[in-house]
Design a protein around this ligand. Structure first.
Ligand SMILES: C[C@@H](C(=O)O)C(=O)SCCNC(=O)CCNC(=O)[C@H](O)C(C)(C)COP(=O)(O)OP(=O)(O)OC[C@H]1O[C@@H](n2cnc3c(N)ncnc32)[C@H](O)[C@@H]1OP(=O)(O)O
Ligand SMILES: [Co+2]
Length: 136
């Protein structure tokens, strides 16, 4: 598998606009717009940092993965996943499965900014939720 770089770090936040005050006004990062990804029940804000990005994720639904993460985390946000950029996501999924590890997504799904994404199960990754991301 050819991992290019850390595509982004996914950070769950209770409220995106509120969280951006710290990341923009204090850290001086710039949010390059936001997007609702209905498939994941999230509203996403991207803040580039060098050759990677912080992905701030606010839940758009009480039963989405970000809402569940925040609930289990005592009502606070936190680092929810790390996304690695791959060349060919179908090949990456097949390689992980063929080596006996578990994918949450066995087929690529829509990701923010029109990426193709798939999550590996935390049980297969020593407790980290890893997202594979291929950008066109
Ligand atoms: C927009 C897009 C993009 O980049 O383009 C995104 O990123 S969307 C980002 C949001 N979307 C996603 O996260 C989609 C993929 N995630 C999921 O399918 C789910 O959140 C799971 C990861 C399967 C967890 O589901 P759920 O909380 O219902 O299950 P569960 O409570 O039974 O958890 C199963 C086990 O995984 C662990 N677990 C749960 N969430 C975790 C996380 N974020 N990092 C590490 N471990 C985690 C739990 O502690 C538990 O371990 P124990 O069994 O040991 O207690
Ligand atoms: Co992500």
């Amino acid at each position: 598998m050819d991992i290019k770089n850390v595509d982004h770090i996914g950070i769950a936040v209770v409220n995106l606009d509120e969280a951006l005050k710290f990341y923009e006004d204090v850290l001086g990062l710039k949010c390059q717009g936001s997007e609702v990804v209905n498939d994941q029940k999230v509203r996403v804000g991207f803040l580039p940092v060098g050759d990677t990005e912080l992905e701030l994720l606010e839940s758009t639904s009480e039963d989405g993965p970000i809402a569940k993460f925040i609930e289990k985390n005592g009502g606070r946000g936190g680092i929810q996943h790390i996304a690695l950029r791959v060349d060919n996501i179908e090949d990456a999924i097949e390689e992980i499965k063929s080596k006996g590890y578990k994918m949450i997504d066995e087929k690529p799904r829509y990701g923010a900014g029109n990426a193709s994404i798939a999550f590996c199960h935390p049980k297969s990754t020593n407790g980290i939720l890893i997202e594979l991301s291929e950008r066109k």
